[in-house]
Design a protein around this ligand. Structure first.
Ligand code: NAD
Length: 381
């Protein structure tokens, strides 16, 4: 069978779902590979590099979608792309199945199989295919780099002949995958780093990375995320008040705030309110990684960087992985290659779509003329 990758068509998207390196691995699984001309250009992979790796370079998107049996891409497909699917084709990409009913209906009407990368179950066996995590890891790292780029002081403290420099104080709100990556980057740059999460079980991870976990003066324990499958639930009003009071206390102290707090299937909770922004020092920086879901910060403007009247920069970009397109393409392409390994048990270039397999079942959102989203809960943890 042939696996092909088109050029991403979403504006500003620089990632690509196949790299020359991943193509070599896909060929070892027995697949032929093809790519649309120029698809890897923005991520630093030339057509010549693909050709050298044995990949056929196809001139147009239409020709690519026609010739490939399996199409691997990054972003949710648009209508034109979905109309190119047929019963014999499999699409693997982010798909936003919970908010893309029209896309599901169209893929179903074509009889195509669609594997949605955000639906890969978060179980140990599937970590190698977990593109949400590989992209969140990049976003967390890049958020700190972006903050540093907008912050006109050192992260690390220094004692120099020209004077003593205090370390920057960084607060990371939400210690999931992106938050932990931000914490690791911040501590490695030498900043004094604080982190808060509603899930108390992350305190140990936060502390093992050299940051300080922020505890609340709250009589009940911080929520136990284990009850919600490792994800956070909406906080009680009392808990939220205690959290906001703690943030109010920290706002004049911290130089950089990175917010990453999300609750599945909801708008991002507003946690850093206008009065906290107003209480921050001139020159402070906030990076709101939740901007795509409405933002954790009052005043975030999606996809923009603004400077408030009191001189605080608020960054609301939603394309951090694309800003590191070479790295994120390599990791995403590896996630896809692992998915293909599981789909090709005989390594003979023939896909076996085993709907009894938890990972494949969980990720498949249309198959054999049916919408198969949402999936049943996984059998194996
Ligand atoms: P996410 O992106 O859904 O949320 C980010 C963080 O925000 C979470 O840690 C959440 O607890 C936190 N949060 C929510 N509301 C908050 C609030 N009011 N204040 C502060 N923080 C708040 O999370 P994620 O990065 O996708 O990770 C979710 C869970 O999945 C974690 O337990 C993570 O370890 C786990 N996970 C498991 C696997 C695996 O086993 N394969 C892979 C990735 C993630």
């Amino acid at each position: 069978m042939k696996i092909g990758t088109p050029k991403e068509i979403a504006e500003g998207e620089a990632r690509v779902a196949m790299t020359p390196a991943s193509a070599l691995d896909l060929q070892k699984l027995g697949f032929e590979c093809c790519i649309e001309a120029g698809a890897g250009q923005a991520a630093g992979f030339t057509d010549a590099a693909y050709s050298e790796a044995g990949v056929e370079v196809v001139k147009t998107a239409a020709a690519l979608w026609k010739t490939a049996d399996i199409i691997a891409k990054v972003r949710q497909p648009n209508e034109t792309e979905l109309k190119r699917l047929t019963k014999a084709k499999t699409l693997i990409s982010f798909f936003n199945p919970g908010g893309n009913e029209d896309g599901l209906e169209l893929a179903k009407s074509k009889g195509a199989t669609v594997i949605a990368m955000e639906m890969v179950p978060r179980i140990s066996r599937a970590q190698k295919m977990d593109a949400l995590s590989s992209m969140a890891n990049i976003a967390g790292y890049r958020a700190v780099i972006e903050a540093g780029n907008n912050f006109d002081r050192f992260f690390t403290g220094q004692i120099t002949a020209a004077g003593k420099v205090p370390p920057a104080k960084v607060l990371v709100v939400g210690a999931g995958v992106a938050g932990l990556a931000a914490i690791g980057t911040s501590t490695s740059l030498g900043a004094v780093t604080y982190a808060f999460d509603v899930r108390p079980e992350v305190a140990e991870q936060v502390e093992s990375m050299g940051a300080e976990f922020v505890y609340l003066d709250f009589e009940e324990e911080q929520q136990d995320g284990a009850a919600t499958g490792g994800y956070a639930a909406v906080s009680s009003p009392e808990f939220r008040e205690a959290q906001l009071a703690k943030f109010r206390e920290l706002a004049p102290e911290v130089d950089i705030v990175i917010t990453t707090a999300l609750i599945p299937n909801r708008e991002a909770p507003k946690l850093w309110l206008a009065d906290m922004v107003a209480a921050m020092k001139r020159g402070s920086v906030i990076v709101d990684l939740a901007a795509e879901r409405g933002g954790n910060v009052e005043g975030t403007v999606r996809d923009e960087k603004i400077i408030t009247d009191n001189g605080v920069t608020i960054v609301g970009y939603t394309d951090f992985p694309s800003r590191m397109a070479s790295q994120s393409s390599s990791l995403y392409a590896t996630n896809i290659r692992h998915m293909m390994t599981d789909l090709t048990p005989e390594k003979d270039g023939q896909v076996v779509h085993d709907m009894e397999d938890d990972v494949i079942r969980g990720s498949t959102v249309t198959h054999a003329g049916e919408i198969t989203f949402p999936p049943p809960p996984p059998k194996v943890q």
